[in-house]
Design a binder for this molecule. Structure first.
Ligand code: SAM
Length: 234
């Protein structure tokens, strides 16, 4: 059974889970699919209300059934929602929110983040993001919208690299958060004990990707390529 304790989530979801360290009243596992991350967070943070959100009705129906079996007790607070994650009803819930969006394209993620921020301009929102592709464009959008960086890490799973960013909509005046870099900053300092050369391989892959594009459309990617060429792995 998918939610039994012994089921181990993959490295990418584990890393996302490990970045949830602050107390949140509400955690939104958006684009949750089978709800593995949200279920892990439900166990780890019984004080938080976990909202499982996906746009596919059959997924949400099945998830609702499994959650009802495994988390029927009153100590765990959760709900499932079949809806577009870009339209979350955040205003219906007072308190501190974390919105997790992982495993979807960076372009879709940009659209969701922008709509959620536009609909809740006064609300301080944390976003935990793990896009598939379009990392540079997503980072550029976050910068243009005034987001700040709380943490970022690189993770490799099944020979694919993922950037994970924990960002926030409002600056902290007492202990200011760092600016977001369009190519990543702390990301390149993350030391992976198992594969210490992973940062170098990710950078090599990323440079090769933009060099390939540059052969077709040089003007579009020259600034991006240049920015990645400045990354210092020391
Ligand atoms: C590959 S799964 C990601 C699962 C999990 N978050 C992860 O990172 O492993 C992508 C999910 O996003 C959902 N999805 C796509 N567009 C969505 C939207 N606009 N709102 C909510 N869910 C969406 C899909 O139905 C699918 O279940």
């Amino acid at each position: 059974m998918i939610f039994e304790r012994e089921v181990k989530i993959g490295k990418r979801l584990q890393q996302l889970q490990s970045l949830v360290t602050e107390p949140y009243d509400h955690i939104w596992d958006c684009c949750c699919d089978h709800g593995l991350l949200g279920a892990a967070l439900l166990r780890q943070h019984p004080e938080s209300h976990i909202h499982f959100v996906d746009v596919v009705p059959a997924l949400i129906d099945a998830l609702n059934e499994r959650l009802s079996q495994h988390f029927a007790d009153r100590t765990h607070r959760w709900q499932t929602l079949c809806m577009d994650a870009g339209a979350l009803p955040l205003n219906d819930y007072p308190g501190k929110h974390l919105v997790i969006i992982a495993g979807v394209g960076g372009d879709l993620m940009m659209d969701m983040v922008a709509r959620l921020q536009d609909a809740n301009p006064e609300k301080e929102l944390d976003f935990l993001l793990c896009p598939v592709h379009h990392q540079y464009a997503l980072r550029t959008l976050l910068i243009s919208r005034g987001f700040k960086l709380k943490e970022e890490v690189l993770v490799e799973e099944n020979r694919r690299f993922y950037e994970i960013m924990l960002v926030t909509t409002h600056q902290n005046t007492h202990q200011p958060y760092a600016d977001i870099s369009p190519v990543g900053s702390r990301l390149w300092l993350t030391v992976d004990q198992v594969q210490p050369d992973n940062r170098k391989r990710y950078l090599t892959q990323t440079l090769a990707h933009y060099e390939r594009i540059q052969r077709g459309k040089p003007d579009d990617v020259q600034p991006i390529l240049h920015a990645y060429q400045q990354v210092n792995l020391s």
